[in-house]
Structures are given as structure tokens and as C-alpha cells.
Ligand binder design. Structure first.
Ligand SMILES: Nc1ncnc2c1ncn2[C@@H]1O[C@H](COP(=O)(O)OP(=O)(O)OP(=O)(O)O)[C@@H](O)[C@H]1O
Length: 233
């Protein structure tokens, strides 16, 4: 069985008398260590999928298998543990704690995690050993995103979930962040899932899941993903 397997997942939101079907029978699989991209236009249902994969939301129907366990059947308490122990999140706007240094931001995550990695080593792996004592406001956008990635990775998560991680960055900085995410999957075997509307990112992924209008339209496997250096947008 694949490491991540979403089977016939539905999510509906009630807005007054209207029902919005955000995910309409979503099915896909992702292998361990994949750098996977979920691609689709605004409103397609990508964030809903990511929130469900991350245990921040629950599906109305369907199965969400992560490493052999169906989290759709988890209790609230089990989901809290899953979010804390097994999932690293990276957001578009970094979401760092402003009055903590880079290192302290990462330490904060490791304090709640039973599988935590060495904080200095993780900061070094994202290229930030020289900036550990700086506060977020003293760092560039790309550096702040590296801290956010280090914070997520320091938990040694099963899944690294990234919501438009380059959305607030310029082209070159965005590419360096994607390269870091691609290398992370390749070198550490962490399963990395990025959601984006930027189709230029597709060729660098092992697997691309195209979502439109609440459904998976296509899944494409890249036997030879392109290096981030070769990508232009
Ligand atoms: N909490 C909510 N309550 C009501 N409707 C919601 C909620 N969350 C999402 N939706 C609706 O579900 C649909 C899918 O939204 P979702 O955020 O998953 O799309 P998306 O592909 O991530 O879009 P974007 O790229 O703009 O973030 C949209 O029509 C959205 O308005």
C-alpha cells in the first residue's frame, strides 16, 4: 500500500442554504519520499485536501491512509497527537514567532515532539547556521521560510505539508526554497507535499496531482524530475 492513500474523500461546507462541495470524491496516492505537487487553480480544493492530510480538518466521507493508518477514523485526541508528532507544516507567510530567534522558533517545535532532531543540525541543513540568533524581522523572506522549513523538519515528521511555500518570494528565492524541499525528499526520505497554482513547479516533482473543481483530474508521474535549476517561470 502507498504511504499516503486518499480514497473517495468528500468535504462539504454549509453556507446558509448552499452546500459548497470543496472535495468531491478525491482519490490519489503518494509514495514515501516523494516530492509531490498538488496543482490547481484558486478554489479548486487544494487547501481543503492539505488540511485533511494534516489532521487540521476531517473529511465528511472517505479514507485518509497515512503510513498504514486511516486518520479519517481517528478521535480528536488521536488527531492532536498525529498533528503534533507526524506532520510538519510550511505556510506561505512563514508564521514564525516574532520575538523568538530562528533557533528558538525551531526549538519550540522540538519541545512538543517525541521524534525531534538536533536543532543545530537541522538549521545547518537548511543553510542557516550563520543566522541562528537572528529574529525573524532581521531575516529576508527566503531565510524566514528556511526557518519555517527547519521548524517543520526538526519534528522529523512523516509528512512535510507546504501551502504555496514560494508564494511570497521572488523568483530566485522561490527556486532556492523549492530546491531545498526537493533535496529534503531525496536525501532524508521525508514525504513532501506542496500545494500550488504555479504549474511551472510540476516538472520538478516526482508526482503531480491535478485538482480542478473539487476533483482529481489527472495524476502524472515523472520518472526523471527536472532539477529546480532548469525550471523557469
Ligand atoms: N471553511 C470553509 N467554509 C466554507 N467554504 C469553504 C471553507 N474552506 C474552503 N471553502 C470553499 O471550498 C472551496 C475550495 O477551497 P480551497 O481553499 O480548498 O481551494 P484552494 O484550491 O486551496 O484555493 P486557493 O488556491 O485560492 O487557496 C472554495 O469554494 C472555498 O470557498
Amino acid at each position: 500500500m502507498s504511504y499516503v492513500r486518499v480514497v473517495d474523500e468528500f468535504k462539504r461546507y454549509q453556507m446558509g442554504e448552499n452546500t459548497i462541495v470543496a472535495n468531491n470524491g478525491i482519490t490519489f496516492e503518494i509514495e514515501k519520499g516523494d516530492f509531490a505537487v498538488i496543482l490547481g487553480p484558486s478554489g479548486a480544493g487544494k487547501s481543503t485536501v492539505l488540511n485533511i492530510l494534516g489532521g487540521m480538518d476531517t473529511p465528511d466521507e472517505g479514507q485518509i491512509w497515512i503510513d498504514g493508518h486511516n486518520i479519517a477514523e481517528d478521535t480528536t485526541k488521536q488527531l492532536t497527537k498525529y498533528r503534533r508528532d507526524d506532520v510538519g507544516f510550511v505556510f506561505q507567510f512563514y508564521n514564525l514567532v516574532p520575538n523568538l530567534t530562528a533557533k528558538e522558533n525551531v526549538e519550540l517545535a522540538t519541545q512538543i515532539s517525541p521524534n525531534a532532531l538536533d536543532v543545530d543540525e537541522v538549521l545547518e541543513s537548511v543553510g542557516l547556521s550563520h543566522r541562528v540568533d537572528n529574529f525573524p524581522a532581521q531575516l529576508s523572506g527566503g531565510e524566514q521560510q528556511r526557518v519555517a522549513i527547519a521548524r517543520a523538519l526538526a519534528k522529523n515528521p512523516k509528512l512535510l505539508l507546504c501551502d504555496e511555500p514560494t508564494g511570497a518570494l521572488d523568483f530566485e528565492t522561490g527556486k532556492s526554497i523549492l530546491k531545498l524541499l526537493q533535496n529534503t525528499a531525496k536525501e532524508t526520505g521525508t514525504t513532501v507535499i506542496v500545494i500550488t497554482h504555479n504549474s511551472a513547479i510540476a516538472p520538478m516533482a516526482d508526482r503531480v496531482i491535478y485538482i480542478n473543481d473539487a476533483k482529481v483530474r489527472e495524476t502524472v508521474l515523472n520518472p526523471r524530475p527536472r532539477s529546480v535549476d532548469e525550471i523557469e517561470w
